[in-house]
Every structure is written in structure tokens, then in C-alpha cells.
Design a protein around this ligand. Structure first.
Ligand code: THU
Length: 125
């Protein structure tokens, strides 16, 4: 699974985003160490604070299926590239900050960062 393939999976998943309030669709594809991929979308709620981001949807799906080791996450949005919000950065950091975060306006223009770069000195309990 290369970065482009993972990004394309996020792009495909994005079609399922539930966004009646913001109309801003986000898709994520999280690659587990064993090669399994879990996708996620943002799911909004009329009580806005109850909305869950695409990145956390993917992570929750993976963890609830028994996965805890992740190597990369691709993120895309209806406006092109998307950087994970602060809550998602912290949420993902629970499982390691070596995670590669891949985004870009399209599959031909990808950029990647480590989660450690995006969230230095993450909170640890
Ligand atoms: N959103 C995500 O899915 N991921 C992020 O990292 C930032 C924001 C969603 C939440 C909400 O449905 C919409 O984008 C606007 O904030």
C-alpha cells in the first residue's frame, strides 16, 4: 500500500461523509502495521460538539477491531488537502507519534509529515 493508494482510499471514503451542517467532507484512511486499512469520514450532529472527525472515525474503527499499531494516515477533504485538527492529533498520538500523516490537493500532489512534527510534546497521562 503506497501513499497514493492510501490517499485514493480516503478520497473514495469521503463520499460517505455526513455533513448536513458544514458541507465540508473529510475522508481518512488509516494503515495498520499488518497492512489492514480502516477508512473514516466526518459524521456531524445537530449538537455540533458531538461531531466526530474523519481521522478519529478511522482510528476508532481500527482500535475496536483490535488494531493498535499504525504506520500512516491519509486525509483528504472536499477542498483538497486537510490537516488534522488538534483533537485528532492528540487522539492519534495515543498510538504513537511516528505515524506518517499524508495529505494533498490530489493524488499527484501529496505531502507527508510525522505526527511528531504536527504535534510536538503531545500530552501523555
Ligand atoms: N473535520 C474533520 O473531519 N477532520 C479534521 O481534522 C478537522 C475537521 C470535520 C469536522 C466537521 O464535520 C467539519 O470538518 C468542519 O469542521
Amino acid at each position: 500500500m503506497n501513499d497514493r493508494e492510501l490517499y485514493c482510499m480516503a478520497r473514495e471514503a469521503m463520499k460517505n461523509a455526513y455533513t448536513p451542517y458544514s458541507h465540508f467532507n473529510v475522508g481518512a484512511a488509516l494503515l495498520c502495521e499488518d497492512g489492514t486499512v480502516y477508512t473514516g469520514v466526518n459524521v456531524e450532529n445537530g449538537s455540533f460538539g458531538a461531531t466526530i472527525c474523519a481521522e478519529r472515525t478511522a482510528c476508532v474503527k481500527a482500535v475496536s477491531e483490535g488494531h493498535r499499531k499504525f504506520t500512516a494516515i491519509a486525509i483528504t477533504s472536499s477542498r483538497g488537502s486537510a490537516s488534522p485538527c488538534g483533537i485528532c492529533r492528540q487522539f492519534l498520538s495515543e498510538f504513537g507519534t511516528d505515524l506518517r500523516v499524508i495529505t494533498g490537493d490530489d493524488a499527484d500532489h501529496l505531502v507527508s509529515y510525522t505526527l511528531a512534527e504536527l504535534l510536538p510534546d503531545h500530552f501523555v497521562l
